[in-house]
Design a protein around this ligand. Structure first.
Ligand code: ZN
Length: 496
């Protein structure tokens, strides 16, 4: 009996589904999209109609719209008096994308930098300001074996100092080309502002600031070398000849982290959110991990595009992150500083999912780094050249806000061996705040230092390490305004 219900249920679903598809958008599903259309001053209402028709939108920046359609779709738009200019026709969809995203010459505007150019600019700055900026190779790309660089900025850049660390990254998704430009502009402003700008001078004396301007170096090469402007994932499994790199191959590097990996992204290699076979299968994600393991950022921003929204940890099993109040406050603080493209407002904030294998739940869940995904700009991934300057400049005050917030309040200190004074890799646990969703926070192994952003108040704190007597501090006090220093010495357990 039950089985029959089941069969009827399936049949009903099939009927309902075919009814749902019996709308104008489905007739084009199999037909090739061969026509690139363009229109200016497209209203929100028109956009809604375009979306309802299921038409493929390439970009919609400042109401200038590029779409690719089948011939039947083009005729339908015409029938509905939705007027477009026919830009070009081609049997090759990639050609249509190139024309829309690279422009008439099908060549990326030089407002954007290639990776080689970015590194050249960094090298020039290193020559000019050797005390303030350095670079290092943190790994090689999965497919192309290209160097992935991290850039460090501080007033004593040659020394590894016991300071809070801030991290900025760009181009995890390669087509999000404006994001390395933001990192590059930040690097320039920090280095050239030292000694002249009081705020910047203060930051360089207080922090070690790290950048990975381009995480996905192979993908960035594909997009900046006019090969394929759609490229988002890394280049794994592409052939050696980049020209024949087949979209959408590759792994979504922002689904390859090991915090809730299995429930994030897609298991389908053809998906643009394909997470890969296992966590950290990709050398680009491992390069980020090796840097983070070492530097343990207090705060970080991962720049992406687009949407003019900031995603942050998190919503998970209907619960927010343990540090929700502070995370929300900081996310809002960043967002309030960044003006939207239309100049009429500022960015929004939204909880990101905890179950996604992305960088922000990983950074926060594993290490306690307050990480924010800033989705820059609106309406495209590769923005028209004339928009780049504005988006970059709009984002600088958001980064500056983060640099102010790293000054506290919160608790910091070194955990050391009471007998020898050596730095200890220890757990620093706030049991009234932290839930089981997050890993226990630990000190930075090299220095024994912990940093914990907290609102002023009194906190219950447990510091422990195997082989040592656990220390309970029931009333650790956080003062207003700056970091409160609380050093902790652990005594070795005596053998019985
Ligand atoms: Zn992205």
């Amino acid at each position: 009996m039950r089985r029959w219900y089941y069969i009827w249920f399936i049949a009903l679903c099939v009927i309902l589904q075919s009814a749902a598809y019996d709308s104008p958008q489905d007739f084009s599903n199999d037909a090739p999209r061969t026509v690139l259309l363009y229109a200016e001053n497209v209203s929100d209402e028109t956009m809604q109609q375009i979306r309802d028709l299921g038409i493929t939108i390439i970009s919609w920046v400042r109401n200038n719209l590029y779409i690719i359609v089948t011939e039947a779709e083009r005729d339908l738009l015409h029938e509905r008096s939705l007027e477009f200019d026919e830009v070009m026709k081609s049997d090759d969809e990639l050609t249509l994308y190139k024309r829309a995203m690279y422009g008439e010459k099908m060549k990326l505007t030089d407002v954007y930098h290639t990776y080689d150019q970015i590194i050249d600019i960094v090298d020039d700055l290193i020559q000019q300001y050797p005390d303030l900026i350095s670079k290092e190779v943190i790994g090689q790309t999965q497919q192309g074996n290209r160097d992935i660089h991290a850039v460090k900025v501080s007033n004593k850049v040659g020394e590894d100092l016991d300071r809070p660390v801030i991290l900025f990254t760009g181009a995890t998704h390669s087509r999000e080309l404006v994001t390395p430009e933001i990192c590059l502009e930040l690097i320039k402003q920090l280095v050239t502002g030292y000694g002249t700008d009081e705020r910047i001078t203060g930051w360089l004396e207080f922090y070690e600031i790290y950048f990975i301007p381009v995480v996905n170096v192979d993908g960035h090469f594909i997009v900046t070398n006019n090969i394929d402007p759609r490229w988002r994932k890394n280049a794994r499994d592409a052939t050696d000849d980049w020209i024949t790199a087949e979209y959408p191959k590759g792994i979504d590097l922002n689904r390859n982290y090991d915090f809730n990996f299995a429930r994030g992204g897609s298991g389908d290699p053809e998906s643009i959110r394909y997470r890969g076979e296992y966590p950290f299968s990709e050398s680009e994600a491992r390069a980020v991990r090796s840097l983070v393991e070492r530097i343990r950022p207090v705060l970080s921003i991962n720049y992406h595009s687009q949407g003019e929204v900031i995603f942050y940890p998190w919503i998970w099993r209907d619960m927010n992150a343990p540090d929700d109040k502070l995370l929300t406050e900081i996310a809002q603080g960043i967002a309030d500083q960044i003006t939207t493209i239309d100049g009429e407002g500022t960015y929004d904030i939204a909880y990101g999912a905890g179950l996604v294998g992305q960088s922000y739940p990983w950074l926060y869940g594993r290490y306690g780094t307050f990480d924010f995904i800033v989705e820059t700009g609106r309406g495209a991934h590769v923005f028209p050249g004339e928009e780049v300057r504005g988006i970059v400049e709009a984002n600088i005050p958001g980064a500056f806000y983060l640099l102010d917030r790293g000054k506290g309040p919160g608790l910091t200190g070194r955990v050391t061996d009471a007998g020898t004074g050596e730095a200890l890799d220890a757990i620093v646990w706030f049991p009234t705040i932290e839930t089981e969703e997050v890993d226990r926070r630990t000190t930075k192994p090299a220095t024994g230092r912990y940093h914990r952003l907290l609102a002023p108040g009194t906190y219950y704190m447990i510091v422990k390490r195997e082989g040592y007597e656990t220390k309970v501090i029931p009333d650790a006090e956080v003062h207003e305004g700056a970091w409160t220093e609380l050093n902790i010495q652990l005594r070795k357990k005596t053998q019985n």
